[in-house]
Write a protein that binds this ligand. Structure first.
Ligand SMILES: Nc1ncnc2c1ncn2[C@@H]1O[C@H](COP(=O)(O)OP(=O)(O)OP(=O)(O)O)[C@@H](O)[C@H]1O
Ligand SMILES: [Mg+2]
Length: 361
C-alpha cells in the first residue's frame, strides 16, 4: 500500500503553519468555501509532481508577504517511510527538493516516485480549451509512468528552442544551415519517441476512460479519446526537411509533437464542439478516474485526489465511482458539505474538518 501519512505546510497558500495526519484509505476534507481545502490537496500534488497544477509560478504558492514556503510530507510505500521536503525561496528563486534528507539535483529524476492523480474542477476546460492544456495533461501523467518520456521531452524542448533561435536569425551562414540540419535531425529523433509514447499511452487510457464514463452516466455517454499527432511518425523526417524553407520564412518550427493534440468524443461525436457543460464535467471526471484505473492496472501505486467532485455527483454515482477503486488505495475527497456524501462512504472514511480560524493561527 502507498499513502501519505503526514503533511506539514509552512507559508503555503493560506497556511502559515499547519500539520495534518491522514489515513491510508479515504480522507474526506470538509470545510466552507475558501478555508483552504484545495490548498491542502494542492500541497499533496506538489510533493508528488514538484510543482502545482495551477500556479504558473512557485511564488504564487507562497503565503502573501512571506519569503518562502516549505512542504514536508511523510509517505509510506510498502511499509517503508519516506520524507519529502519541497521548498521555494522567493529572493533567490531557489527551489529545493529533499527525499529522505538527500538533495535531488534534477527534479525530473524524482517525478514518478510518488504518483498522484488529481481531478480539479478546472479539468472541464481540458475538453473545450486550447491544445497546450491537453499536451500538459499528457506530459504530467505520461511523465509519471515513463521517465524516459520526460527525458525525451526535455531534449526535444531544448532542440526546439535552439532551432527556433537559429530560425529567427537573419542571413544564416552556410554553417548555420549545417547546424539547422543537425537540429532538425535531433528534433525528429526525440520527437518520434514522443509520438510513439503518446500514441501508446492514449491507446491504453482509452478503454479505461470509456468504461468509467459509461459507469458514471448510466451506460449512456461513452467518452473516448483520439490522439491527433501534428505529424505522422513515418513522414516526420521528410516533412521537416521539406518544410525548412517555410520554417525559415516564418522563423519558427511549424511541425512536430509540440503541436500535438488529442480530442474527446462523447457517443462518437466531437465533444469540443457539442458537449454540454454537464457532459464536459462527466468526461473530465472519467478521464482522471480512467487514469487512476490505468495506473492500478499497470501495478503503479498512486494517490487519487478528487477536488470538489463528489458534491456534484448524486450518491448513486458516487457509489459507482467508489466501486471502481480497490480498497487498498488512498483517496482524498474535498467537499463543502458532508451531507452530499454517500452515508456508507462517510462511515468508512477519515473526515478532516477545516475551520476558518485555523488558517491564520
Ligand atoms: N499565496 C497565497 N497566500 C495567501 N492566501 C492565498 C494564497 N493563494 C490562495 N490564497 C487564499 O487561500 C484561501 C483558500 O483557498 P482554497 O482554494 O484552498 O479554498 P477552498 O477551501 O478550496 O475553497 P472552495 O470551497 O471555494 O473551493 C482563499 O481565500 C485564497 O484566496
Ligand atoms: Mg477548492
Amino acid at each position: 500500500m502507498f499513502y501519505i501519512e503526514k503533511l506539514k505546510l509552512t507559508n503555503f497558500r493560506c497556511y502559515k503553519d499547519k500539520r495534518i495526519n491522514f489515513k491510508p484509505h479515504v480522507n474526506i476534507i470538509v470545510g466552507e468555501n475558501a478555508v483552504g481545502k484545495t490548498s491542502l490537496v494542492e500541497a499533496i500534488y506538489c510533493l508528488g509532481l514538484t510543482k502545482s497544477y495551477k500556479a504558473s509560478k512557485d511564488s504564487f504558492l507562497i503565503k502573501h508577504d512571506q519569503p518562502f514556503y516549505v512542504l514536508e510530507g511523510e509517505f509510506v510505500n510498502q511499509e517503508r517511510k519516506h520524507n519529502v521536503l519541497l521548498s521555494y525561496e522567493i529572493d533567490k528563486s531557489r527551489k529545493r527538493l529533499l527525499v529522505d534528507n538527500n538533495v535531488v539535483k534534477k527534479l525530473s529524476d524524482y517525478i514518478g516516485t510518488f504518483k498522484v492523480v488529481m481531478f480539479s474542477p478546472d479539468d472541464s476546460e481540458l475538453i473545450k480549451g486550447y491544445s497546450p492544456q491537453r499536451r500538459r495533461f499528457l506530459d504530467i501523467y505520461l511523465g509519471q509512468i515513463n521517465n524516459k518520456y520526460l527525458k525525451d521531452l526535455s531534449n526535444y524542448n531544448k532542440v526546439l528552442k535552439n532551432r527556433n533561435e537559429l530560425l529567427k536569425q537573419t542571413n544564416q551562414s552556410e554553417q548555420d544551415l549545417e547546424l539547422l540540419k543537425i537540429y532538425s535531425e535531433a528534433l525528429v529523433k526525440y520527437g518520434k519517441n514522443l509520438i510513439i509514447e503518446r500514441e501508446k499511452f492514449i491507446n491504453m487510457l482509452n478503454p479505461e476512460v470509456a468504461k468509467i464514463s459509461l459507469a458514471i452516466s448510466n451506460g449512456e455517454e461513452k467518452t473516448e479519446l483520439k490522439y491527433m499527432p501534428n505529424v505522422e511518425n513515418e513522414e516526420f523526417m521528410l516533412k521537416t526537411f521539406r518544410q525548412l524553407k517555410k520554417d525559415l520564412y516564418l522563423q519558427t518550427t511549424g511541425l512536430g509533437p509540440h503541436k500535438d493534440d488529442f480530442l474527446f468524443t462523447i457517443k462518437g461525436v466531437d465533444a469540443a464542439s457539442f458537449a454540454s457543460q454537464g457532459q464536459q464535467r462527466t468526461s473530465s471526471i472519467a478521464l482522471k478516474l480512467g487514469l487512476a484505473s490505468l495506473f492500478d492496472k499497470l501495478g503503479l501505486d498512486n494517490i487519487v485526489i478528487l477536488d470538489d467532485v463528489f458534491s456534484e455527483l448524486d450518491k448513486e454515482r458516487q457509489n459507482e465511482i467508489m466501486k471502481l477503486f480497490k480498497n487498498n488505495k488512498q483517496i482524498f475527497i474535498t467537499t463543502t458539505t458532508i451531507k452530499a456524501i454517500n452515508e456508507e462512504l462517510l462511515e468508512s472514511s477519515n473526515v478532516i474538518k477545516i475551520e476558518r480560524e485555523e488558517k491564520d493561527e
